[in-house]
Design a protein around this ligand. Structure first.
Ligand SMILES: [Zn+2]
Length: 295
């Protein structure tokens, strides 16, 4: 049957047999009959896959990873249950077309604040919190209050609307902002931390326990791969210098920069890679998550 979300008004289909649904767009969990929001504390169940296997397989496909990295020794695997406050926000600037809708998670434990900043958490799949899961991992109480988390979420949407207003040449004042904030609950989110040993050294990786994505991983780059990257980077840089000289002959000093700067921009990430033996990688596109409002 088709149901409508009481918070964001989205329509979606659910099986006839259920009485409680979670909106796939804004994360609200509500009772179908009364349309009332239910639950303030949730968790995501971890997937059954081995996080160490996922991590090493991912690293083995990265540039310059040692061929035998999949055989690295796993030293430790810890499942962290990280508290995250979720908010659904809708903001509109009066007298402007600037309007934003945002579903955001604010991590509430210091150790994970940086790792999970602007993290694209899934909307589907959460469950009502159940005491028995506390024993299955390392459980944390929130270190920041819901009020402080809400302030952060509001600051995020305000900066998005401010940017949008600027883009369309409108002026931004807080007084002209209509803001709707819905607290969607505290979610304990599973994050695996894996430590492995390679060549007598320890390396770490963080894996999303709910869907298996590699959030952040470190690995040693082989000497051969570093040398190749160095040669390639130097080549691109040299090409930049040459095109700079060619441009300079046509347009003077600015012409030189016009040729050289793109070369430098192309070479820098490759040279940076070649200069670091330990690489940091991951599968998460850490974009600032916001959706421009489409009426
Ligand atoms: Zn909704």
């Amino acid at each position: 049957m088709e149901v409508q979300c009481p918070v964001c008004s989205a329509k979606f289909t659910v099986p006839e047999t259920i009485s409680v649904a979670t909106c796939p767009y804004c994360g609200t969990t509500f009772e179908l009959e009364s349309q009332k929001k239910v639950g303030e504390h949730f968790f995501f169940p971890p997937i059954g896959k081995d996080p160490a296997g996922l991590l090493l397989k991912f690293i083995s496909r990265e540039y310059g990873a040692p061929a035998d990295i999949v055989q690295a020794k796993i030293k430790e695997k810890v499942l962290h249950y990280v508290p995250v406050y979720f908010f659904y926000l809708h903001g509109k600037l009066r007298g402007s077309t600037a309007e934003e809708v945002m579903l955001t998670g604010i991590p509430a434990v210091g150790k994970f604040r940086e790792l999970l900043r602007d993290y694209p958490f899934p909307v589907r799949g959460k469950r009502f919190f159940d005491e028995s899961m506390v024993k299955k991992g390392k459980y944390y109480e929130p270190e920041i209050s819901r009020e402080d988390a809400e302030k952060e979420a509001v600051a995020k949407i305000m900066s998005a609307i401010r940017a949008e207003a600027r883009d369309s040449g409108d002026s931004f004042t807080e007084g002209a902002l209509d803001l709707d904030v819905h607290y969607q609950g505290l979610v304990h989110y599973p994050i695996w931390e894996v430590c492995y040993e390679y060549g007598g050294e320890d390396f770490y990786g963080f894996i999303d326990g709910a869907d298996g994505r590699i959030i952040e991983a470190r690995y040693p780059m082989t000497g051969e791969a570093r040398k190749k990257a160095g040669v390639l980077g130097a080549g691109i840089l040299a090409a930049g210098v040459i095109s700079g000289i060619v441009f300079a002959s046509m347009g003077g000093a600015w012409g030189f920069l016009g040729g050289f700067i793109p070369g430098l921009a192309g070479a820098a990430p490759i040279l940076f890679k070649s200069a670091h033996r330990v690489q940091t990688t991951g599968q998460i596109r850490r974009v600032y998550e916001h959706i421009h409002f489409k009426p």
